[in-house]
Design a protein around this ligand. Structure first.
Ligand SMILES: NC(=O)c1ccc[n+]([C@@H]2O[C@H](COP(=O)([O-])OP(=O)(O)OC[C@H]3O[C@@H](n4cnc5c(N)ncnc54)[C@H](O)[C@@H]3O)[C@@H](O)[C@H]2O)c1
Length: 435
């Protein structure tokens, strides 16, 4: 099939690359000329494991192209997939302005037979709203499909090629069948629903996962208070199939480009419809408090953080991505510098993006060793592999005293207990102090 994808961000690019990999002819469009220039050189503008290899091989096979021209890309497309951003607006609702513009852009050049698919995460009713915008501009009835995306950054290719399910929501049966056909090579279970249910499935899923994280974080705080170990507790809970093991890692809260904004957007939809979704308000509140957890613990340990040198390991909101949107490191660096601490940050791939958000308030380093040299304490913020595998004795030699506030429970208890001198403060577990 001939497919056009609008937006070459984490979702659009991963989708475009994977659809070309399974045999379709894909053209990706973005309004960002820099991104398209890079892509045309076979380089990915985002860090996503395995993406660039597939990008290059499918470009070489002539199945994948990139352009800034809507006209060029849409003339032949049988299916147009919209994957532009829907960031959080000022009132908490999803900002649909990119989507509205995309609708106007495509209405000029698409054909009457083309199916328009919204893959961006959008509030219930948005597919109908966008359909009207396109129809007003093009003058004929448009075939719309809601096809929300569930990939995770850091494993986007894997998640697309081996998805748990594909949700296709449409009132147009033929369009839904054609979408099913498009995905057939993936051999993934397909769920056909109404448009509104498909839109709701995405928000309900993300809000549930965010709530699961806030829940285990509250359990972690309680474990700390009573002397239990949240990792054992999570293991014991997760073995129950009704609960499941995923998303029970206690830590310093969720972040990223999806959970924070999607939870708020769902809350906004609830409010607009007279539903008091109090549980979601708590999910957000717990997460806000949890993000500051390491600072709270450090204050308790040091009394004051004025003049303290803190090595912050990890800036990205999670490992295997360079995405800094809503990363807990933003809250932490702001709190630390506000309290007079000096922050030396390390991240293997996210520094360029971090600089744009955090700016010069912190010093950026190119290695863990450099970040921890002379530090009073280490904050572990992102559980990168090189952070998890670090040699603690080597770190100890570079610091005044090895004090670690671990926001991601990166180390096995035995690794900590093998140290000759350490203060280790994990989340939801008793601290380990060896002197
Ligand atoms: N990032 C994720 O993990 C993830 C997962 C599931 C769903 N989603 C949803 O998918 C959507 C996209 O997210 P993302 O993270 O890929 O966004 P992103 O910000 O990384 O990328 C969006 C891209 O769209 C481009 N764009 C904007 N307007 C355009 C237009 N009119 N024509 C062509 N291109 C245009 C932008 O230049 C940008 O490159 C959002 O609704 C998001 O909530 C994201």
């Amino acid at each position: 099939m001939k497919i056009a994808v609008l937006g070459t961000g984490y979702v659009g690019l991963s989708t475009g690359v994977c659809l070309s990999e399974i045999g379709h002819h894909v053209i990706c469009i973005d309004i960002n000329e820099e991104k398209i220039q890079l892509l045309n050189q076979g380089r990915s503008p985002i860090y996503e494991p395995g993406l660039e290899e597939l990008l290059v091989s499918n470009m070489s096979a002539g199945k994948l192209n990139f352009t800034t021209s809507h006209q060029k890309a849409l003339a032949e497309a049988e299916i147009i997939i919209i994957a532009v951003g829907t960031p959080q607006g000022e009132d908490g609702a999803a900002d649909l302005s990119y989507l509205e513009q995309a609708a106007k852009d495509i209405s000029k050049y698409m054909k009457e037979s083309t199916i328009v698919v919204i893959k961006s995460t959008v509030p219930v009713g948005t597919n109908d709203y966008i359909k009207k915008i396109i129809e007003t501009h093009c003058g004929y009835r448009v075939k719309m499909v809601s096809n929300p995306e569930f990939l995770r950054q850091g494993s986007a290719i894997q998640d697309t090629m081996f998805a748990d399910r594909i949700v296709i929501g449409s009132e147009d049966k033929a369009a839904a069948e054609k979408m099913k056909e498009m995905y057939r090579p993936l051999n993934v279970p397909v769920l056909l629903t109404s448009t509104k249910s498909a839109e709701m499935i995405k928000y309900a899923s993300n809000a549930f996962l965010a709530t699961k994280i806030s829940y285990i974080n509250e359990i972690a705080n309680l474990c700390e208070a009573v002397g239990a170990d949240v990792e054992d507790v999570a293991k014991g809970m997760g073995k129950d199939k009704r609960i499941g093991e995923a998303f029970l890692n206690a830590g310093i809260g969720y972040g990223g480009s999806c959970f924070p904004k999607d939870v708020k957007a769902l809350l906004h939809t609830a409010g607009q419809n007279g539903v008091n979704f109090a549980m979601l308000k708590e999910t957000i509140r717990v997460n806000d408090v949890q993000r500051e957890l390491l600072v709270t613990k450090a204050l308790k340990r040091f009394g004051s953080l004025q003049g303290k040198r803190i090595a912050l390991l990890g800036l990205a909101f999670k490992p295997e991505t360079d995405d800094m949107r809503e990363a807990p490191s933003i809250t932490l660096t702001s709190a630390l510098t506000g309290l007079g601490a000096e922050v030396f940050a390390y991240d293997p791939v996210a520094i360029e993006n971090a600089r744009k958000i955090i700016g010069d308030r912190v010093k950026y380093t190119t290695s863990i060793d450099e970040a921890v040299s002379g530090a009073d304490a280490i904050f572990i913020v992102t559980e990168w592999k090189d952070v998890k595998q670090v040699d603690l004795e080597v770190l100890a030699a570079k610091m005044k005293q090895l004090i670690i506030f671990d926001g991601r429970n990166c180390f096995d208890e035995n690794k900590i207990k093998a140290c000759s001198n350490i203060e280790y403060y994990p989340v939801g577990k008793p601290p380990i102090i060896i002197q």
